[in-house]
Design a protein around this ligand. Structure first.
Ligand code: ASN
Ligand code: ZN
Length: 346
């Protein structure tokens, strides 16, 4: 097998280059040897949770997908592109070598189950599973960039702080602050990856799932999380947050991250309008996305543990800011103000 350069026609990001594997004169495999063997397979509409049971994607001429769902390869192009761009983001931005930082590739399966309106990180499989949509709320395969960045970040969190929900109900819904922080980090680094990838058909923004065709135009958003009515995402910490559903609760730290990066009030970034409020009416001036991501990544990988709640997360990011910029720095002070802006104080 040797390294080959293919092209893909995706569902969401247009035409993209893909590094693939040539296995014979006219046979190629959707596996990237330049990124530790990162590979996407087909779950064939089954609820497969073992990657080894997925069907390999092969192609005769190394031109993958058609941009339409009638080709099974099209969703795989988006998935493989998003997964490889997520690995690139973690490597370039933080020096992280793969999801587990052990120089192994990431794996994904598309066409998971029937009418699945979701995508998952499956820690047992060690892979991403993508549904094709439920045909109702989610009309398309869930292979967009920020969803991929979100799900793979769950893999990074599993390999580092391993934040756990404090309660799971009989339907599998998860609750509590550490789990909410986990969802939030997935959105923070997922949007960070989308900005870093800088794809002209899916440019970076502080919205999550803006290409999924939802009526509210996004699934979640970091500037003013409560504009999400689907999951009822919250803007500010309160004592109830300790037992809030994790996607709803994610708003607290996602909002703190936005305030740290971009500041409070109105702002237009890449043509998208944001307006971020604070719980106490204070004004926050952001320190920029790159520094905010670096602080949150150091906090995640050095100071957060499985039970870290929002107040602990404040301390973790303050420690990270002290390490990187000093306790007298503007960066440290802005971390403090950003958390105060979401009602998390000492
Ligand atoms: N897409 C959801 C998430 O990553 C799937 C799940 O609830 N595990 O949060
Ligand atoms: Zn999640």
């Amino acid at each position: 097998p040797r390294k080959a350069s293919g092209t893909g026609t995706s569902l969401f990001v247009g035409k993209v280059g893909l590094s693939t594997t040539q296995t014979a004169r006219t046979s190629f495999l959707l596996k990237d040897s330049t990124r530790w063997g990162t590979e996407t397979r087909d779950a064939k509409g089954q609820y497969l949770e073992a990657f080894s049971r997925g069907k390999k994607f092969t192609d005769k001429n190394n031109k993958w997908g058609t941009g339409k769902t009638s080709s099974r390869q099209s969703a795989a192009v988006d998935a493989q592109y998003g997964v490889t761009k997520t690995l690139d983001f973690y490597k370039k931005t933080f020096g992280r070598k793969g999801i587990k930082n052990n120089s192994t590739g990431a794996r994904a399966m598309v066409h998971f189950g029937t009418k699945v309106g979701n995508a998952f990180w499956d820690s047992a499989c060690g892979c991403m599973l993508y549904g094709d949509g439920d045909g109702d709320l989610f009309k398309k395969p869930l292979v967009v960039l920020d969803v991929t960045g979100h799900e793979l970040t769950h893999g990074v969190v599993d390999a580092t702080a391993a934040l756990e929900p404090t309660r799971v109900d009989r339907d599998g819904n998860q609750f509590g602050e550490p789990g909410s922080l986990n969802e939030s980090l997935a959105d923070i680094f997922g949007t960070g990856m989308e900005f870093a990838t800088n794809n002209s058909k899916d440019a970076g923004d502080y919205l999550v799932g803006e290409k999924l065709g939802l009526d509210q135009k996004f699934l979640r958003r970091l500037d003013e999380p409560s504009r999400d009515k689907l999951e009822g995402t919250i803007d500010y910490w309160s004592p109830e947050t300790y037992d809030t559903e994790v996607h709803a609760g994610s708003g607290v730290s996602s909002h703190a991250f936005y305030l740290l990066a971009e500041g409070s009030g109105r702002k237009t970034i890449g043509g998208v309008k944001y307006n971020s409020p604070t719980s106490d009416g204070s004004t926050v001036t952001g320190i920029g996305r790159a520094k905010a991501l670096a602080i949150f990544y150091r906090a995640l990988t050095r100071y957060m543990v499985s039970t870290t709640d929002f107040h602990d997360a404040r301390n973790a990011t303050l420690k990270a800011a002290t390490d990187m910029y000093g306790a007298d720095s503007i960066e440290y002070q802005t971390v403090d103000k950003a958390w105060a802006g979401v009602n998390v104080t000492s």
